[in-house]
Design a protein around this ligand. Structure first.
Ligand code: HEM
Length: 145
């Protein structure tokens, strides 16, 4: 939070065009000009809230943790008067998310290994049983073998 730029509401309000679009979410001032075209929910919803505080609308959608992390990536400054609690509450989300990512990548790395082990453990007994019963069948059909 050190060396954080601070913008006033009146500075934010001036950025409500497609060429310069800012939003405020949880006390963070976000520059979303380039993100307008990328937003999965469309640029219209963002443009409607351009230059304004969009916290309520953002939360009401139930955006994913990934979306909440994207918010952090688009932050250009902090809104003047925003409380530290307000701004830092969402840092926790980012921490938890990155831990979750580490966990899931760990699981993904482990997966192919355990999969081949499972296949191996399944196919070897099946193969042995097939040979055994095949042999039994052949010797029964032809007792001279
Ligand atoms: C910088 C701010 C924002 C970011 C980074 C962002 C990001 C995203 C992302 C990643 C999604 C895909 C679904 C998900 O992962 O949750 C999404 C969906 C959506 N967003 Fe945002 N969003 C932002 C702001 C807003 C705001 C202010 C609104 C206003 C209402 C909004 C409305 C929506 C809607 C309607 C959807 C579609 C939900 C659906 O189809 O189920 N977003 N957004």
């Amino acid at each position: 939070m050190e060396n954080q730029r601070v913008f006033t509401r009146s500075q934010v309000v001036q950025h409500k065009s497609k060429k310069a679009c800012w939003l405020v979410i949880n006390g963070r001032v976000l520059g979303v000009t380039k993100f307008l075209e990328e937003h999965p929910g469309g640029k219209e919803v963002l443009m409607e809230l351009a230059g304004k505080d969009a916290t309520k609308e953002f939360d009401a959608i139930g955006h994913s943790k990934g979306a909440q992390n994207l918010v952090l990536k688009h932050q250009v400054s902090v809104l003047q008067g925003a409380t530290i609690e307000e701004v830092e509450a969402k840092d926790h989300v980012a921490d938890t998310e990155s831990k979750n990512k580490e966990m899931s990548s760990f699981v993904i790395k482990e997966d192919p290994k355990s999969m081949s082990e499972t296949l191996y453990e399944f196919f070897v007994p099946v193969l042995v049983a097939t040979f055994y019963f095949g042999y039994r069948l052949l010797t029964r059909a032809n007792p001279h073998i």
